[in-house]
Design a protein around this ligand. Structure first.
Ligand SMILES: C[S@@+](CC[C@H](N)C(=O)[O-])C[C@H]1O[C@@H](n2cnc3c(N)ncnc32)[C@H](O)[C@@H]1O
Length: 231
């Protein structure tokens, strides 16, 4: 199934399905640290508006019209339906851009980073997370279930499939996993300089608020980047 169809079908159940409470705590902490009230922000893959709702001066963007409709209704902010690989904005439009929990798992990351770089002002900052290939909770869970082949394949190909059941229908979408090194190289190539990195959903407990910048970020479900436009 294509990304648009998958998220269109998932939209109504999304908020009930994803209640990663402590991942949200870390995301909010980073937003609070890095984004000022008067920054003009683009939220890429805004989904149902989980981050958009706490930003003061922002536009959402999502490839799924059904997700975009929910975000717009929930946040009362403008939401554009578009692909992160082809951003419909002029050069140097935004002070900051964010993309949390997934849009970049379904993209050509270099293409998306190039576009973000283009629409950011000089010294603009991009803050985002992508799925981690070394997600320890996922690896342990699958090994305990005997799914060795699934783990081996994910490690080797850096690809996987997300499956959900919505109103009795099984829906699937292809996804991509990354490691720090690969994203760091892509950021450098596309004109960004890393300020710091972090992990989101390490233990999925209150500990995450203290661990997100520690060595344990390497085993988080999502790896995060705060990067400044350098050229
Ligand atoms: C897992 S959701 C995350 C939503 C939200 N940021 C959150 O934290 O809950 C991923 C979102 O990215 C969107 N998305 C996926 N690929 C995209 C692309 N290439 N361009 C724009 N949005 C995309 C999906 O439609 C979906 O709403």
């Amino acid at each position: 199934m294509g990304i648009k169809d998958y998220y269109d079908k998932l939209a109504k159940s999304y908020d009930n399905l994803y209640k990663n409470k402590y991942m949200r705590v870390v995301e909010r902490e980073i937003i609070k640290r890095e984004i000022k009230d008067d920054d003009f922000v683009l939220d890429i893959g805004c989904g149902t508006g989980e981050q958009l709702k706490i930003l003061k001066n922002a536009i959402g963007l999502d490839i799924s019209i059904e997700m975009a409709k929910i975000a717009n209704k929930k946040t009362n902010k403008p939401v554009v339906v578009a692909n992160a690989e082809f951003l419909p904005f002029k050069n140097k439009s935004f002070d900051k851009a964010i993309s949390f929990f997934g849009a970049l798992n379904h993209c050509n990351i270099n293409r998306a980073l190039r576009e973000v770089n283009r629409v950011l002002k000089d010294d603009g900052v991009f803050i985002f997370t992508v799925a981690n290939i070394y997600d320890m909770k996922w690896i342990i869970k699958n090994i305990l279930k005997g799914n060795f082949k699934k783990v081996k394949n994910a490690m080797k190909k850096r690809k996987g499939t997300i499956t959900k059941v919505v109103e009795g229908e099984k829906i699937k979408v292809k996804t991509r996993f990354y490691d720090f090194k690969e994203v760091e190289e892509a950021l450098k190539k596309e004109g960004f300089e890393i300020i710091y990195t972090f992990g989101a959903n390490i233990t999925n407990s209150p500990l995450d608020k203290f661990l997100y910048k520690s060595f344990f970020k390497n085993f988080a479900s999502y790896i995060g980047f705060v990067a400044k436009k350098s050229k």
